[in-house]
Design a binder for this molecule. Structure first.
Ligand code: 3PG
Ligand code: CO
Length: 555
């Protein structure tokens, strides 16, 4: 039968303190001036890279190695931390939605049948991120869903768009809105009353995460549900163009707007009898809206009016909370994660980050599961993130505070595993501010030093890695790697993640001297890290985990 007990590692001892450091958005790329990691002073990461070659290597962090549909899919924090924590590769949301749409199974499921009940008398509202970034959502999936729903009886459809500019180039939202408008006009030709009803930039409207700033969700609620916003337009393309020009906001930060008719009345508030689908497949930035849409008891902001609707998520966003209770596609079942195994084998665990990445080292790490496995053996510490600023303004973020918490946890002797996420490279990289990203990389490097020094003091082991690339490449490039210029001769800033591999560095006085990276695994990815970490705790990984990166040679 099944057992949680892990076999002892034949050569590696138990009881070492292991520090796991995830540098968010820290890939490996050629050294040039758009590689902020290269430009920044990063002596600690440099010394790991230039140290023993058998203790530093690269692993894949994008595409099929992390369960994404294709090798063109850049990595992201959700799939990266899932793979790091789960030790296996699961087909991820993007892929599962593709399959369900291609087979048509999405329309036979409980979720679709539930919302379909409203098609006769009510409006179908689709709310989500409008881009082809493939991190939270994908435009082609929305297009298929619009087609499928209209063929199955939806007569009145309203789309509430969130503009991107973070997983895709800034300014690209205009094109995505134009594409959607043309699709909707084709539906109108078929007699379906289909329109865009509201919009706003993802970082300012709706897509907050980990309860960092509920005002973001409230701004979305007001526009999407109540039909109220500071800006009113009769056309969404005009809205995006005008707001970009007049407020100087980037796609990520566009203020909320509603589309109104000639009399100034909003065309698509959500009312009793309507159906709502949030079409993002990724959880972190939809959970808060899902709560506002689903919970009867809700006190995070005044919803003013709570329409009686049928609501479904593209996926279920939180398996533990069963939120939302209706969904179109079943999420990956990521069970038996390394966190759960280790805790059940007595490994006491400390995890920490600041709010914007806290769920990454806890919820995502544990297979999209909130809460502790065993409260007596785990402590998760969240350091509040700054709110109301973009992180290029404070590129150090809370790196120092996170490192100090980790240091204290390591020195306390109360934990066997101390796990952190250092957000700087990613969060500042997403702003597209190159100078600030250089500062961010330096801050992350200094934080790593504090943690490695503590590991040195207690005779422990470290593993430093990253979840995907970002800060190592800040410019959009052509196929041969040359920076792409815009029509004014400026470079096209790359705010998104990359396809680059990420480093894994291991060491520390507690690491058996014979430990080195194996050379027989051809193209390992992030999922190979979990078995490696289990080894460092003195265990063999379960047989179905991706193989460990290391071997122990006797010398
Ligand atoms: C975001 O949600 O901020 C980006 O779309 C992806 O970033 P992350 O995967 O690093 O969180
Ligand atoms: Co990111």
């Amino acid at each position: 039968g099944f057992s949680w007990t892990l076999p002892d590692h034949p050569k590696l001892p138990k009881g070492k303190t292991v520090a796991l450091v995830v540098l968010d958005g820290w890939g490996e790329a050629n050294a040039d001036k758009y590689n902020c990691i290269h430009v920044a002073q990063t002596p600690v990461m440099d010394s790991l890279k230039n140290g023993a070659p058998e203790r530093w290597r690269l692993v894949k962090a994008h595409g099929t190695a992390v369960g994404l549909p294709s090798e063109d899919d850049m990595g992201n924090s959700e799939v990266g931390h899932n793979a790091l924590g789960a030790g296996r590769i699961f087909a991820q949301g993007a892929k599962l939605v593709d399959l369900a749409l291609a087979s048509g199974k999405i329309y036979d499921g409980e979720g679709f049948n539930y919302i379909k009940e409203c098609f006769d008398k009510g409006t179908l509202h689709l709310i989500g991120l409008l881009s082809d970034g493939g991190v939270h959502s994908r435009l082609d999936q929305v297009q298929l869903l619009l087609k499928g729903a209209s063929e199955r009886g939806a007569k009145r459809i309203r789309v509430h768009i969130l503009t991107d500019g973070r997983d895709v180039l800034d300014g690209s939202s205009v094109g995505f809105v134009e594409t959607l408008e043309s699709d909707l006009s084709q539906l109108r030709d078929k007699g379906i009353d289909a329109r865009i009803a509201s919009g706003g930039g993802r970082m300012y409207v709706t897509m907050d995460r980990y309860e960092n700033d509920w005002d973001v969700v409230k701004r979305g609620w007001d526009a999407q549900v109540l039909g109220e916003a500071p800006y009113k337009f009769q056309n969404a393309v005009e809205a995006v163009k005008t707001l970009r020009a007049e407020t100087k906001a980037s796609d990520q930060y566009l203020p909320p707007f509603v589309i109104v008719d000639e009399s100034g009345k909003s065309v698509g508030p959500v009312v009793d009898g309507d159906a709502v689908v949030t079409f993002n497949f990724r959880a972190d930035r939809m959970v808060m809206l899902a709560k506002a849409l689903e919970y009867a008891d809700f006190d995070k902001f005044d919803r003013v009016r709570v329409p009686k609707i049928r609501y479904a998520g593209m996926l279920q966003y939180d398996g533990e909370l069963k939120l939302p209770s209706h969904y179109l596609v079943s999420p990956p079942e990521i069970e038996r994660t390394s966190g759960e195994y280790l805790v059940k084998n007595g490994v006491r665990t400390f995890a920490c980050s600041e709010t914007v990445k806290f769920g990454h080292v806890t919820f995502f790490w544990n297979g999209n599961r909130s809460g502790y496995f065993d409260e007596t053996k785990e402590e998760y510490v969240e350091i509040p993130s700054d709110i109301g600023i973009t992180f290029n303004v404070k590129p150090n973020m809370k790196a120092l505070e996170i490192a100090e918490k980790a240091r204290d946890a390591i020195l306390s002797g109360k934990f066997d595993q101390v796990r952190v996420n250092l957000p700087n490279g990613d969060m500042v990289g997403h702003t597209g501010d190159i100078e600030a990203t250089v500062v961010a990389c330096k801050a992350a490097d200094e934080a790593v030093k504090i943690i490695l020094d503590a590991i040195e003091q207690v005779g422990g082991i470290y593993l430093v890695t990253a979840d995907h690339g970002n800060a190592e490449d800040m410019v959009k490039r052509n196929k041969s790697g040359q920076p792409l210029l815009d029509k004014n001769g400026g470079i096209q800033i790359l705010t998104s993640h990359t396809l680059q591999p990420v480093p894994v560095a291991i060491g520390g006085p507690g690491l058996h001297p014979g430990v080195k990276f194996r050379s027989d695994i051809q193209t390992p990815g992030l999922a190979n890290v979990a078995a490696t970490v289990m080894n460092f705790h003195g265990f063999e990984a379960p047989a179905d985990y991706e193989p460990t990166l290391i071997e122990v040679v006797d010398n």
